[in-house]
Design a protein around this ligand. Structure first.
Ligand code: NDP
Length: 291
């Protein structure tokens, strides 16, 4: 069986092209979509993510500014910065890079972002809208997964989607999106997690498996039905003898899937680039709504 690689690089390229007329329309009204990014501490992965987000914004002619803080910033200081950014008209979107240090209540911080500027879609208002089937800002990673389906014309209606991982930023909103009524959703959806008994019984039943658990090469070809589709959200650093000292792998054992899955997203180059594209899209949307 031939296995199709579902490229997030290709899909995001065509999305970026589609955003250009929208950006142009905003520019004509003297609006430049702007994103404020808050980065706390020295987490190396967070630094890489923030850098690639701001590079993309600049490439697209959008505005982004990163506010960097030391690990020991207080919750009160962070909340007052967000309050200031909520009022600043230069910024249409605000993103707080996770994880935050343990002494800061992440939920409190995320809930303090004005839902109209919540381009990550993590505010309870936006998650609530999604849950009742009236999506406003949708979290970027699960939204990016849905756009991969659209780009490759993979229709989910009548299919069984099994998602592994139930975090509020990936797995749970993903399960809502795949089960909503709509042309590229409408799937029967099973949400698995660490409390699931005999997990592989579910992945073996699935037409489409979406992995978002953060466990390197967790799923192999033996755990899926032949011909199924694997969407690998996981990004894991594993030790390597290369210059960096690590390489990135997904939650799927990619090489074992070749010839067994009908399609799979690679890591890197799969859902990662789609996540950034959705952040750009949500920020443009925020500027259109509130510019
Ligand atoms: P979390 O750690 O918040 O959530 C992981 C989820 O997986 C939890 O629900 C957990 O269950 C479940 N889980 C963990 N181990 C197992 C297991 N052995 N069997 C079944 N379920 C398990 O992670 P995130 O959702 O934030 O991220 C998941 C992965 O996706 C990570 O690798 C992360 O780096 C990556 N990621 C990639 C992005 C991208 O742009 N491509 C963006 C965001 C994340 P329980 O709830 O019971 O603890």
């Amino acid at each position: 069986m031939k296995t199709l690689t579902l490229s997030g690089l290709d899909a995001s390229k065509s999305l970026y092209k589609s955003y250009l007329p929208r950006i142009e329309r905003l520019n004509k009204k003297n609006i430049q979509p702007g994103l404020a990014v808050i980065l706390v501490g020295n987490n190396p992965a967070s630094q890489v993510y923030v850098k690639s987000k701001s590079t993309r914004f600049h490439k697209m002619g959008l505005f982004s500014e990163t506010f960097k803080y030391k690990e020991n910033i207080s919750e009160v200081q962070l909340l007052s910065k967000i309050e200031e950014l909520n009022k600043n008209k230069k910024f249409h979107g605000i993103l707080v890079q996770l994880p935050l240090p343990k002494h800061i209540n992440s939920e409190l911080v995320l809930n303090s972002i004005d839902p109209k500027k919540d381009v990550d879609g993590f505010h309870p208002y936006n998650l609530g809208c999604l849950a009742i089937g009236k999506p406003s800002f949708v979290p970027c990673t699960p939204k990016g997964v849905m756009r991969i389906f659209e780009h490759y014309n993979i229709k989910l209606s009548g299919k069984h989607v099994v998602i592994v991982g139930r975090s509020n930023i990936v797995g749970r909103p993903q399960s809502i999106l795949t089960s909503l009524k709509g042309p590229y959703s409408n799937a029967t959806t099973t949400l698995c997690h660490s409390g699931t008994k005999d997990l592989f019984n579910y992945t073996l039943m699935a037409d489409i498996v979406i992995l978002a658990l953060g466990s390197p090469e967790f799923l192999s070809n033996e755990n899926i039905k032949k011909g199924s589709i694997v969407i690998d959200v996981g990004i894991n650093r594993v030790p390597d003898s290369n210059k960096k000292g690590y390489r990135l792998v997904g939650d799927a054992d990619f090489s074992s899937m070749i010839g067994h899955a009908s399609a799979i997203t690679p890591v890197p180059g799969g859902i990662g680039p789609m996540t950034i594209a959705m952040l750009v899209e949500n920020t443009i949307e925020a500027a259109e709504n509130n510019g």
